[in-house]
Write a protein that binds this ligand. Structure first.
Ligand code: SAH
Length: 278
């Protein structure tokens, strides 16, 4: 049975009417991977864009919404190899907007969460270029949902911290006492290579060695893999499983719920971009 409904008229119209004579930039969150987690606004702006500047973490299917005539420019970055320096990306956005283009700067997840989105629009603001920001489903939310790990739960966690495990001079420089509080979930972005040191630091700062923790690789995508354990044994299990970036680490009692609440079947997952009729 075909259950597809027609999209309402308002979503078919261009994002801004009439289209501005001057160029503008939309800083758009692409979500964590599954293209169906894009916002309607993201889809509309992608469809109307003259140029799209995108990152490594953006799923290829998301670009199916871009019109064939639009320029597609890759500005991907990985922590070990910066393919385009940040200042060049900022300058590129300014140049494209000055050419009168409707530019979409597409970033994985949410542009304001560990995405340097703030830096990019500071340049646009300084240059007097019109911009908007479209939020996306950040990895912590998308990945935890698809892994069946509620980040808060009345019985287990009343707060949740998002931190980066990105290494600076070989170690993650974090506020460890804040990370080991009771009844709190900690979500660590970019923490795969520092995982052994992060787990050791948490235990060293008073966290229980048997505190449940999980690492989720490529959450929300058909390649999703979830490895669960405790702070004591997770690094070994993750190494044995050979997980690859991007990975998100979740630490807290809520991880126990994964056993009962995991619902996403990565093997059976299909990429549904065509449902939008793009
Ligand atoms: N702005 C993005 C985060 C960029 S930092 C957001 O809001 O989600 C990049 C890090 O995000 C990765 O190293 C990884 O820790 C995490 N991440 C992004 N997508 C992910 C995914 N599908 N699965 C697991 N981790 C992901």
């Amino acid at each position: 049975m075909n259950t597809m409904v027609d999209l309402p008229d308002w979503i078919r119209r261009p994002a801004r009417t009439p289209s501005p004579a001057r160029g503008r930039v939309a800083l758009v969150g692409a979500g964590p991977g599954d293209p169906e987690l894009l916002t309607l606004r993201a889809v509309r702006l992608l469809r109307d864009a003259d140029a799209v500047v995108y990152d490594a973490l953006v799923a290829p299917e998301v670009l199916d919404f871009v019109a064939p005539h639009a320029e597609r420019l890759y500005a991907g970055k990985r922590s070990s190899q910066h393919s385009m320096p940040q200042r060049d990306i900022n300058a590129l956005l300014v140049r494209l907007a000055r050419e009168g283009k409707r530019v979409v700067r597409l970033k994985g997840g949410d542009p304001f969460i560990f995405g340097r989105g703030g830096e990019e629009i500071e340049t646009l603001a300084a240059e007097g270029i019109e911009f908007e920001v479209v939020p996306g489903v950040t990895a912590a939310c998308g990945v935890s949902s698809y892994a069946g790990i509620p980040l808060t739960h009345r019985d287990h966690a009343q707060s949740c911290l998002f931190v980066t495990g990105h290494l600076k001079e070989g170690s993650a420089d974090l506020d460890w006492p804040a990370l080991v509080r009771e009844r709190q979930t900690v979500v660590i972005y970019m923490g795969l290579s520092a995982l052994p040191s992060i787990c050791a630091q948490l235990v060293g700062h008073g966290q229980r060695a048997d505190m449940p923790a999980a690492v989720v690789q490529q959450g929300t995508l058909p390649e999703q893999r979830v490895v669960t354990g405790t702070l004591a044994d997770l690094p070994r299990k993750v190494a044995a499983a050979g997980l690859r970036s991007p990975c998100l680490t979740i630490v807290g009692e809520v991880v126990r719920l994964h056993g009962r609440l995991a619902w996403f079947d990565p093997v059976g997952a299909t990429l549904p971009a065509a449902a939008f009729g793009a």
